[in-house]
Design a protein around this ligand. Structure first.
Ligand SMILES: Cc1cc2nc3c(=O)[nH]c(=O)nc-3n(C[C@H](O)[C@H](O)[C@H](O)COP(=O)(O)OP(=O)(O)OC[C@H]3O[C@@H](n4cnc5c(N)ncnc54)[C@H](O)[C@@H]3O)c2cc1C
Length: 383
């Protein structure tokens, strides 16, 4: 097998054919609108229903709930294709919400919310982080107090992906303000359409990921039915988050490796075309060695990621290995993308060059879904 013909072992014919469908969909429906998405700081609302119609959403949710009936392999293909195209679309957070509902929801909750999420008529968001509590969720201040058959929610959330389009907000809130430690936190699904007291802030000005919808959410005496609680009892929220965040961490690892591979590919093309001192940049030993290093690191990353995907498909991926994947793959991605920016020279710093956007977009991979430092703590706890 040549170095270029490496095949991920989890990609079979059916997954390969799904990849073709996804790639064509992204080229046709998403890529032409990227300039506008970046300007308006979010995808078009219609992008969600178009994606739902094409079977790109909830690919790994059972068909009985409207999903694609596939596996994490299908989800990985969507993430890889979005990353290759450099498109920010919060479908992995959307999927994560669906997996919270799938894991902890009642049958009625699954049937109420999942089909609309699969169609893209209900967009999902996860609302955990607050201005004063990101890594340390014990510090949450948002409360959901029981009042008759309702919860009354007060507080605010920040950095919420899909915030402005979200209709299904998976909210982490304190249901017991007196409980010490994690026991006071619960997850509640907030159906956000036309909800009195619920307000979405303007898009946050990020340094990258300009096309992704990231907002603050405000809750001012918001009432939701008590039946919106996820799980059999209050106080399980932090445990539920710890159990399910692995899904998002692996998803970020998938996007990280796909981005690193794409960075190497576009940079290789660039240095073959760009001339300096009368020859293409690729003829300089430094260029060749830097790209050789990047390509090697990307391959090492790919092999580890593929092993993680195989294990998740077999139901055997543990949290510590998932943390290793998210931490190491995103650090590796940032190293590679940064080298590739350098090999582009000044053009690598120009916003209309894909490598420059990769540089600003990828940086946050080391920060969200558990910072890489928090993940090292998790890994260290297994020593
Ligand atoms: C673009 C974007 C999208 C996001 N999307 C969402 C979303 O959809 N939903 C959501 O709920 N949140 C979201 N977040 C929030 C994200 O998860 C948090 O920013 C992240 O968890 C870090 O929290 P923080 O920003 O409060 O940083 P802090 O917790 O204040 O951390 C600051 C620094 O201190 C370090 N640190 C903190 N504690 C420790 C420790 N114990 N040991 C060592 N180092 C430590 C951190 O690693 C970090 O380097 C998003 C953030 C961004 C930027």
């Amino acid at each position: 097998m040549s170095a270029t013909s490496y095949q991920s072992p989890w990609v079979n014919d059916e997954v390969r054919s799904f990849r073709t469908t996804v790639r064509q969909f992204i080229d046709r429906e998403f890529a032409p609108h990227q300039g506008r998405w970046r300007q308006q700081h979010r995808p078009d609302a219609g992008a969600w229903t178009t994606a739902g119609g094409a079977g790109i959403l909830l690919t790994d949710v059972p068909k009985e709930y409207g999903g694609g009936g596939g596996t994490f392999a299908h989800q990985a293909v969507v993430l890889e294709e979005l990353a290759h195209a450099g498109i920010q679309f919060g479908s992995s957070i959307h999927s994560l919400v669906a997996h919270f509902i799938l894991a902890y929801g009642t049958e009625a909750q699954k049937r109420t919310w999942l089909p609309g999420m699969a169609r893209g008529t209900l967009v999902g968001a996860i609302a955990m982080s607050e201005p004063g509590a990101g890594s340390d969720l014990h510090g949450l201040k948002t409360t959901a107090c029981r009042d008759g058959d309702d919860y009354v929610i007060n507080g605010s959330k920040t950095f919420i992906t899909n915030g402005s389009h979200a209709r299904i907000v998976c909210l982490a809130a304190k249901t017991d303000v007196k409980a010490a430690g994690p026991k006071g936190i619960s997850l509640i699904i907030v159906e956000a359409k036309d909800l009195p007291g619920y307000r979405v802030g303007p898009p946050l000005e990020k340094v990258g990921m300009h096309g992704q919808d990231t907002c603050e959410l405000f809750f001012d005496d918001v009432r939701v039915p008590a039946s919106s609680l996820l799980g059999p009892a209050e106080g399980r929220g932090l445990f539920q988050m710890m159990e399910k965040m692995g899904y998002e961490r692996l998803a970020i690892g998938v996007a990280a490796v796909a981005t690193a591979e794409q960075a190497v590919a576009i940079t290789t093309k660039y240095v073959k075309e760009r001339m300096a001192f009368g020859k293409p940049l690729i003829d300089f030993q430094n260029t060749r060695f830097k790209l050789a290093e990047c390509r090697t690191e990307a391959r090492v990353a790919r092999v580890f990621l593929d092993r993680c995907i195989e294990r998740v498909l077999a139901g055997q991926l543990d949290d510590v290995t998932t943390a290793m994947a998210k931490y190491w793959l995103t650090d590796c991605e940032c190293r590679i993308v940064d080298e590739c920016v350098q090999l582009h020279g000044g053009y690598g710093y120009m916003a209309d060059y894909p490598i420059a956007r990769m540089w600003t977009d990828s940086r946050v991979h080391r920060i969200y879904a558990g910072t890489n430092e928090i993940l090292k703590e998790l890994i260290a706890s297994s020593l």
